[in-house]
Design a protein. Structure first.
Length: 304
């Protein structure tokens, strides 16, 4: 089977009616299976995960981008998460029978259509980036919606597709192709947001931390809790448990502890099995020791 995962993030996490209308596009789209969606009021953002064959995935992503542009006005939007567009980011991830190059082609086809038909400027990122400095989503999104209103017209910040000015309400969108990513948040037992920002700076690549970690500190106003919010770009080289232990150590050094953690959206089962094996100190652990995995293999399967 040829399967691609798409994880669009749109800038609305509070208005249930708007969220449902955008998610409904994926729920009812032919050839698409909606796997998950998660909204966060403090981030004011919703993350959707759906899968399908390449063509319907591109078509569904386009339809969702159009619906988000119709329903969301970034001039009235605020939240803890950086954003530059109503449909803020659309990544394609190869799952089976599809290469990364094909996902790049999907990103480019979607981007050309969004720029031409919806009049929304498009920036390509990660494997779809057209220049090295745009591989990083943080670099693409620098300045956010408000700052990009001017920056989009300056040399070096012009979009890859669409008009060289932001859509008046929908802003711009980042479209890319990438490996599986884990959105992982650590909540601290303190409202001190500066402390969370300090830990985020220490753990992310730009601060001399892990090369596969993007992190920021923010305040969850509803809970009055500081959070280290992260994207783990490579859970194999930088597993969840290593990140968690680093944050635990940095927090303890500052006199606080971890209150709890969050996983936003879906993640590969191996990421959780690695963490379980680490904390349980399981010797010579084999993922085929998991009952459900062995059952899915069927009789006579020899594995790899």
């Amino acid at each position: 089977m040829r399967v691609v995962e798409c994880v669009p993030n749109f800038s609305e996490g509070r208005r249930a009616g708007v969220i449902e209308k955008i998610v409904e596009v994926a729920r009812n789209f032919p050839g698409i299976k909606l796997l998950d969606y998660s909204s966060d009021r403090d981030h004011n953002r919703t993350v959707v995960t759906f899968v399908g064959a390449p063509e319907p995935v591109v078509e569904c992503a386009y339809a969702m981008t159009g619906e988000a542009a119709r329903l969301i006005d970034l001039n009235c939007h605020s939240g803890g998460h950086p954003r530059m567009g109503a449909m803020d980011v659309v990544p394609f991830i190869p799952v089976s029978g599809v290469t990364m190059d094909e996902c790049v082609d999907m990103a480019r086809r979607l981007g050309e259509r969004v720029g031409r038909e919806l009049k929304i400027p498009v920036y390509y990122y990660e494997f779809a980036a057209t220049r090295p400095e745009r591989r990083s989503l943080a670099e693409v999104r620098k300045g956010e919606f408000e700052g990009l209103k001017t920056a989009v017209k300056t040399p070096g910040r012009e979009p890859d597709e669409g008009p060289a000015e932001l859509h008046p309400t929908a802003g711009a969108v980042a479209i890319g192709a990438r490996r599986p990513l884990i959105a992982y948040n650590v909540n601290l037992n303190t409202p001190d947001v500066q402390l969370a920002k300090d830990i985020a700076r220490a753990i992310r690549a730009s601060g001399g931390g892990f090369v596969n970690v993007r992190a920021m500190g923010l305040l969850l106003k509803d809970r009055n809790v500081a959070q280290v919010s992260m994207n783990l770009l490579n859970y194999v080289d930088t597993p969840i448990y290593r990140v968690n232990e680093f944050i635990k150590s940095e927090a303890a050094r500052r006199g606080v502890s971890i209150l709890g953690t969050e996983i936003v959206g879906l993640l590969p089962v191996d990421a959780l099995l690695d963490a379980a094996a680490h904390y349980l100190q399981v010797e010579n652990f084999d993922r085929r020791q998991v009952l459900e995995i062995r059952m899915m293999e069927g009789p006579g399967h020899e594995g790899e």
